[in-house]
Design a protein around this ligand. Structure first.
Ligand SMILES: [Zn+2]
Length: 332
């Protein structure tokens, strides 16, 4: 499931490639035909990401709300302007170019987590991409324009040069400005949207009132926006916090620490495209961790393996229908 960093990256792609350019909108799959007809011919004017949801404003106060849910993904094709912060963060990890003029090669995760073309559930194979700066790791399926529709495309947005296909979202609907405001008002703070200090106060006061286990509160989008299964497990481990402790019993400084850590991890995630949750890695370990999901987490997806710190077996259990990984020794 895409976590908050992916949605912010998607929003950046829309900002660079769609805002200010009129679009042709369609619903090849047929499940968003009326909505697409309303959007057709309009120009996106603003994009906002809050937690796991994206809001794209079109002229005349029409908003598109998209929640990718478990299986949704956006695929971009055509001439894609890469966000310079994304490009530079990729470049930073590549080999140094002496003249510094050439984009360095990004480290692409084999699972496609940081693919520039498919953000959300990994679906790399279906895209045709022609990018001005780099095409590393992307299949070239020819020069057809617009690209052929593949699979169940709920919504296709097309400018003269760029195509975005939405598949499998949990929510794809039009909203009025009032409805957007009401949707956002219900969401917990997002470090990249809200004032970080105010967000910390809101998060801390809500968590410290609740009898709900902290491991569930972190996944509650009304408490804090954007955290999913991976970040939840990793934040709790980094805080050495037992996931079962009721929110109100977690010491205030620990709650504040978790918020500040989320602020840090989210910005790393947006920059690199990966949920990098380990720090202080040497360059070799960092490169390895960027290339392979199994090498960049403390506890996530490590059930039965020894804790990287204490050697205790990492356990996994079901929490609100999602797998929760933690170390029973470090997180007492
Ligand atoms: Zn441990």
């Amino acid at each position: 499931m895409p976590e908050g960093h992916s949605v912010h990256r998607i929003a950046r792609q829309f900002d660079r490639n769609f805002v200010g350019r009129p679009v042709t909108a369609s619903s090849p799959q047929g499940r968003f035909t009326e909505g697409a007809a309303v959007l057709d011919g309009r120009t996106p004017t603003e994009v906002r990401a809050v937690g796991k949801q994206m809001f794209l404003e079109f002229d005349h106060d029409i908003w598109l709300r998209v929640h990718l849910g478990m299986y949704g993904a956006w695929d971009f094709a055509g001439e894609i302007l890469v966000d310079p912060t994304i490009a530079s963060s990729n470049g930073r990890m590549g080999q140094t170019n002496q003249r510094g003029t050439q984009l360095e090669e990004p480290i692409l995760d084999s699972a496609g987590e940081n693919s520039l073309t498919s953000i959300g559930a990994p679906r790399r194979a279906r895209v045709h991409v022609r990018m001005s700066e780099q095409t590393t790791g992307l299949a070239d399926e020819g020069d057809q324009w617009p690209p052929p529709v593949v699979g169940q495309v709920r919504l296709r947005l097309l400018t003269d040069v760029t195509c975005a296909d939405l598949r499998g979202p949990t929510a794809c609907e039009l909203q009025t400005p009032e409805e957007v405001a009401a949707t956002i008002a219900k969401l917990g703070p997002d470090p990249l949207v809200d004032d970080v200090s105010e967000g910390e106060e809101r998060f801390t006061s809500v968590v410290r009132r609740k009898p709900t286990p902290i491991g569930l509160l972190l996944m509650d989008q009304n408490v804090v926006s954007g955290i999913g299964n991976v970040y939840r497990a990793e934040l709790l481990y980094r805080a050495r916090q037992n996931p079962h402790t009721p929110g109100r019993d977690v010491p205030e400084e620990v709650v504040r620490g978790i918020w500040r850590d989320w602020v840090r991890l989210l910005s790393i995630g947006v920059e690199t495209g990966q949920m990098m949750t380990m720090d202080d890695l040497d360059p070799d370990a960092y490169r390895k961790a960027m290339a392979s999901r199994d090498d960049r987490h403390w506890v996530y997806h490590r059930a039965g393996l020894p804790c990287r710190v204490c050697g205790t077996e990492i356990v996994v259990e079901e929490a609100a229908g999602r797998k929760l990984y933690w170390c029973p020794s470090c997180q007492r």
